[in-house]
Design a protein. Structure first.
Length: 508
């Protein structure tokens, strides 16, 4: 068995299929221990550190930071027995012929692959190969999957005047699928193929006549083909001179208007390029991508109804002040959200159908409450939840909410903490707004928006006085919760916040 083992991106649960490499915690040549964190990966739900599956020495890192990798794809190679001496090159059935030099065994390292992948081309890991060539995958290098990547077809050469053609050089045998799988860049010309070319910092580069290069991603190439734009005639404005969609669209706009009068062409070109240098394009991925998908699915699946209630919470705010003054609560952060959470949990006990899920041919009523708290983070909106919150005391609930918020702000919320929610609170009041019409998290039947607490004129005991007032907004799934049930639930939450001490005495 080979000493070199490839560690694949593990399945992090909840149907996640990919992750983005945020930070490598090790580098090539480092000696690592079993279960030592080696990489931080951002999934669609959270940023998590992944521990090493084996102890040993890092031989190669297949994906640089910022790369999105599919679950199951190799991300790092580890020599599990670095003290056993130099690595030996594996035997191969595809040996280059002609005048191509053959790399020495000392410059190569073996990589263990599954039998289904066949053999591995030499030179994938290790030092420089003979002839001045550099082996791929030294440190960072491209990594693809055999099932999804195939050699690109060559572009037809553009005719150009040239001297009498020289004799065609001897061809090297075709590279195997295993070589393509391990990031070998295949040239597009039917010329002799070097043993292994140096690693490239970009991909999808095609050779054209005259030795020029066209750098463009496959979607851009398809767009250019559809619009009839010759990529070889364009100058790229993207990174490393790559051709972008905007470059193709501008070229297409110019080509379309070429036959029009000069004035029309000028206007069209100006409109196409106006403000292009003042636009920011943000990739939709990770948490933001998952949130968009979930919200779209929920909004067009569950029939939403939203009701509002404005309540006087002056007594609740005074109760919080008294609570903060108690000796056993002096080290606890107490916020109005704590009382809102307690009100929701008590109201669920009176109306358990609110804490349920629509399952097609049945309604699943939960006897536990995993209370979700919507949190805005730098990576987007996440909704971690307090497990079985209904069983917690008020002090335990306060501690759980504080820990949940701090973990979310630090970006360390785990996927498990964001799964299994049954009922959610979104505290939009922290942003200074009165309330909103929140969209249900998928699988839940109700979500409560808690607005800002403001001092407002209010009729109290027959007189207009300045009171602390807030507005609640309850969105619910009308397949499960009708207007009566939703109204009663919202009214009970409001009654608790109006006079929490009296409600506790009456309800418990």
């Amino acid at each position: 068995m080979s000493r070199i083992k490839e560690f694949n991106l593990p399945d992090l649960g909840e149907g996640l299929t990919e992750g983005e490499i945020l930070t490598w915690l090790v580098k090539v040549g480092d000696t690592i221990e079993l279960n030592q964190p080696i990489v931080e990966v951002e999934t669609a739900k959270a940023a998590v550190e992944i521990p090493a599956k084996w102890a040993g020495q890092v031989q190669a890192i297949f994906h640089p930071e910022g790369t999105t990798v599919e679950v199951g794809s190799p991300i790092i190679a580890i020599d599990t027995d670095p003290g056993a001496g130099p690595l030996e090159a594996p035997s191969t059935t595809a040996t280059p012929t002609g005048d191509l030099p053959t790399p020495s065994a000392a410059s190569l390292a073996a990589v263990e692959v599954a039998p289904a992948e066949g053999m591995v081309e030499p030179g994938l890991i290790g030092g420089p190969a003979p002839g001045g060539r550099t082996a791929v995958l030294v440190g960072y290098g491209p990594r693809t999957t055999t099932a999804k990547r195939r050699p690109r077809k060559a572009l037809p050469p553009t005719p150009a005047p040239a001297p009498a053609p020289a004799p065609a050089p001897a061809r090297a045998p075709a590279l195997t699928s295993a070589a393509v799988d391990h990031g070998v860049v295949v040239g597009d010309k039917p010329a002799a193929i070097p043993m292994i070319p140096a690693p490239q910092v970009h991909d999808r580069r095609d050779e054209v006549s005259g030795g020029g290069l066209v750098l463009a991603k496959p979607p851009v190439r398809k767009l250019a083909k559809d619009l009839g734009v010759d990529l070889r005639a364009l100058t790229g404005s993207g990174p490393l001179g790559s051709i972008t969609r905007e470059d193709v669209q501008q070229a297409a706009s110019g080509a379309t208007t070429a036959a029009e009068p000069v004035a029309v062409t000028s206007v069209a070109t100006s409109a196409a390029s106006f403000g292009a240098d003042r636009e920011q394009r943000i990739p939709v991925k990770g948490v933001r991508k998952l949130t968009a998908e979930n919200m779209s699915r929920s909004a067009f699946t569950a029939p939403h109804v939203t009701e509002f209630l404005t309540v006087d919470v002056t007594r609740a705010m005074k109760a919080l002040d008294r609570l903060r003054g108690r000796r056993e609560w002096r080290d606890v952060r107490v916020s109005p959200l704590l009382l809102v959470a307690k009100a929701v949990l008590l109201a669920v006990q009176r109306h358990p159908m609110v804490n349920s899920t629509w399952a097609g041919d049945e309604i699943v009523v939960k006897e536990y409450v995993n209370l979700g708290i919507a949190a805005a983070t730098e990576r987007g909106l996440i909704v971690p939840n307090v497990k079985d919150a209904g069983r917690l005391s008020l002090r335990e609930l306060a501690d759980a909410l504080n820990e949940l918020v701090q973990t979310a702000k630090s970006g360390r919320t785990s996927p498990a903490a964001m799964s299994g929610g049954t009922l959610t609170i979104t505290n939009v009041g922290v942003f200074g707004v009165d309330t909103g019409t929140p969209i249900l998290p998928p699988g839940e039947s109700a979500i409560l928006a808690f607005g800002a607490v403001r001092e407002m004129p209010w009729v109290h005991k027959g007189k207009v006085k300045a009171r602390q007032v807030t507005t609640l907004g309850l969105s619910f799934d009308h397949r499960i919760i009708d207007g009566e049930l939703g109204s009663k639930f919202l009214r009970d939450v409001g009654d608790f916040l109006t006079d929490p001490e009296a409600a506790l005495l009456a309800w418990t």
